[in-house]
Write a protein that binds this ligand. Sequence first.
Ligand code: HEM
Length: 449
Amino acid sequence: MSVAERRRPAGPTGYPLLGVFPRARRDPLGFFMDCARRYGDAISMRLGPQRVYLVTHPDHVRQVLQDNARAYAKGPPATRVRGLFGESLTVVDGERWRRRRRQVQPAFQPGQHAQFASLVVRASDEMLERWRSLAERSEPVDAATEMRRLAQTIIIRACFGDLAAAEIEALGHALDTAVAHVDRRLWSAFGWLEVPTLAAGRYRRALRAIDAFVSRMLSQARRTAPPPGSLLAALVAAPAAGEPITDADLRDELKAILVAGHTTTASALAWTWYLLSEHSDVRERLAHECRTVFGGATPSVEMLSRLDYTRRVIEEVLRLYPPTWLTARMLVTDDTLAGYTIPADAMVLLSPYVTHRHPAVWEAPEAFDPDRFTRTRAVARPTFAYFPFGGGPRHCIGSAFATTEMQLIVAAVAQHYRLTRVPGVSVVPTAGLTLRPSPAVPCRLHRLS
Ligand code: HEM
């Protein structure tokens, strides 16, 4: 072992006991960016009692997520989100994870796409219809709330088929309450403690409501046939070669899909309208492409391959504001990373937000420039310079769904509406469970046809 391998990378010193926690909590994005600027590609720090390493270079990201993925488990960091994700694919490790991925994967096969796309189109149409009278009355909408409602409707119908509007609303409300609570506690020094506060009571009730809803859908599906084409039907039917998935596991998977499948896309879509309202040249070019490709017709999944500029815009949104802005791993065995020996039990953090701004890869990283994602420019970059959907064996299982969904929604909206931001409300990125624009993205709707 060389001397360089034994040294610990440099990094910020913090307070006794709390380490850098108070600074990271105050402004997580600013803090991590500042660390990368000051200390380079590998940074060591103490977050509370835990020694943590942040690595930012694409080669090191590849090592953690792909080349040596077996040495990096989700481990205890995932416990803070257990209420939402249970013992699902997103949090379990090792052989349990491998078996579960095999059980869940069939529900996300390309065969499921046409059905999924048609429900995205229908839900978008319903939203656009609702917008019509708001536009006539010049009433602004909050793009973040609109996108969250839309993404919730889509994922709920994708899981359970057609449901009454009131049922979707009730489940959506429970999801909002539970996600907001986890969001607040994520950066709380005592976030893992179950302190009996009013907010904790609301959280527990919301979780119970989600559980009860999912259980009811599951027992209905077991009694009669599950809704055809739904994720529930695909999960119940998953052949899984001698590895049937239990009802308890299925419940956790459905809960996790409900959460992971809408918070992420909703954040990305909210950022899309924010960025387009700031960059009218990009907005016009995108609208022109959508009008040319669809000519007023309803967007369909077959036509998406012709939306090259729209694809680039969405990829650039995910570069600047990756919804999953931080990913944590726990080392199972020692590993040599960035020239340093990192001991077992250390926590390794990866941040697409930081790596997507790495100066060795990205020119003028803060600029919004969709043309970075022309095919020629994209293939010239190291693979892990851009990883909004993670990478390696644990890459996002819903990435193709999410991409289809976002393209269809952006195309549907851009054909019919121009969104312009209501002046005077400053929007900042808030780094919680996802990276979302806060406090809101109030926009005026201008109907184009
Ligand atoms: C813009 C939208 C989305 C983004 C940016 C995103 C991002 C990610 C990322 C970065 C990971 C890997 C996390 C890690 O390595 O620790 C992940 C995993 C996952 N995502 Fe997504 N996701 C999105 C949409 C979705 C959708 C629509 C679904 C489901 C319908 C979904 C379900 C999952 C699941 C179940 C996992 C865990 C996979 C595993 O550990 O095997 N995601 N996602």
